[in-house]
Design a protein around this ligand. Sequence first.
Ligand SMILES: C[S@@+](CC[C@H](N)C(=O)[O-])C[C@H]1O[C@@H](n2cnc3c(N)ncnc32)[C@H](O)[C@@H]1O
Length: 427
Amino acid sequence: MEIGAVAHGGHCVARTPGGQVLFVRHTLPGERVRVRVTEGDAASSYLRADAVEVLEASKDRIPAPCPYAGPGLCGGCDWQHAKPGAQRRLKAQVLTEQLWRLAGLTAEDVHWDGTVEPAPGDKVPSGEVPAWRTRVHYAVDAEGRAGLRRHRSHEVEPIDRCLIASEGVRELGVEQRSWPQIAAVDAIAATGSHDRQVILTPRPGGRLPLVELDRPVSVLRVGERDQAVHRVHGRPYVRERADGRTWRVGNGGFWQGHAQAAELLVDTVMRGLTPRKGEMALDLYCGVGLFAGALADRVGDQGAVLGVESDKRAAEDARHNLGDSARVRIEHGKVESVLPRTGITEADLVVLDPPRAGAGRRTVRQLAGLGARRVAYVACDPAALARDLGYFREEGYVARFVRAFDLFPMTHHMECVAILEPGEKGR
Ligand SMILES: C[S@@+](CC[C@H](N)C(=O)[O-])C[C@H]1O[C@@H](n2cnc3c(N)ncnc32)[C@H](O)[C@@H]1O
């Protein structure tokens, strides 16, 4: 197959002589490869395939640094075969396609310079892989070996070292231990503190093994019936450091996976919003309160911040992290139902950082109705971002700038920040 452009999701597009579209994994634009179809047949609207032999390689191709990368092996890092600079160029192409072609936006609606920026600490010598990931979800095979799931499979590929795992995660030594009766181990190493945690999910009916780790590590366990997380020993949370504060993150609740992400995103969002003393700001999908805290520090005593978070435990952590006062309030619930309930009709600034699915048309309409002078949209999915920027455009908001960051090196994922302002009324 002749391999064409990269698509959303990280696979490259090719066409059969009959015109059927194939999404081919582990390839690069311009290559000629032999493929094996993994999903679909002649009647399908598209096929999925793995590259099994590279006949003509792209100049951006490198031998995968990780021995577990490749068809049938670990499904985690799908871009190990591309040079780091090429990974960022491909991510930029995906975002470009989503913004311009699929969402139909123009350079007047969205100002983006077309580059995906690396995190400052990820500039490692050529041939090395940045150890960025502070949270790793290991699956455990029937023999008690920790590994990662194969691509689109429940099978486990046992590994002895994950190259992208941070130093702190490696110190936990999950890959070197045996985990009988355990189905999964989540390893967490907080940034800027010494907190380490493992969350154990036992197999149905399995007993929790005696866990002896050679440093103070909090151990939690997922309940078999209720799926709730119970403490086994140590603290039921880790403490992360970012933006001059310590953040309590309980029970494996959401925190950015890249060691530098929280700091980088807060800085980008605050520079984009330029909060002023006395302003009223919203932090929607606020997790444990990262952006709400940064906003509260900047709008000062005369200002007010409202955070909204649907996960009960994360909302409690946000209250703990920020203190519950008239000035900084955290509401537990879904953005779409909390906003009408609070009766808020105006805000100066809005931050939204939704999960992959994005915010959607209804929520975008609600937010645009608040008349904020600036909105910061933090997104981990370029397609959902582009779609929602299109909805904002309909409501009269244009993206003053979009920045994209490579906060998931060796994979096709990226993180974006868009700063929006009211423009002339929507088309
Ligand atoms: C990408 S995380 C962002 C968290 C936080 N801004 C941060 O940077 O740490 C998205 C958060 O939205 C929450 N969430 C998901 N759907 C929601 C909804 N409909 N309303 C409010 N929060 C929601 C999740 O529990 C999660 O904490």
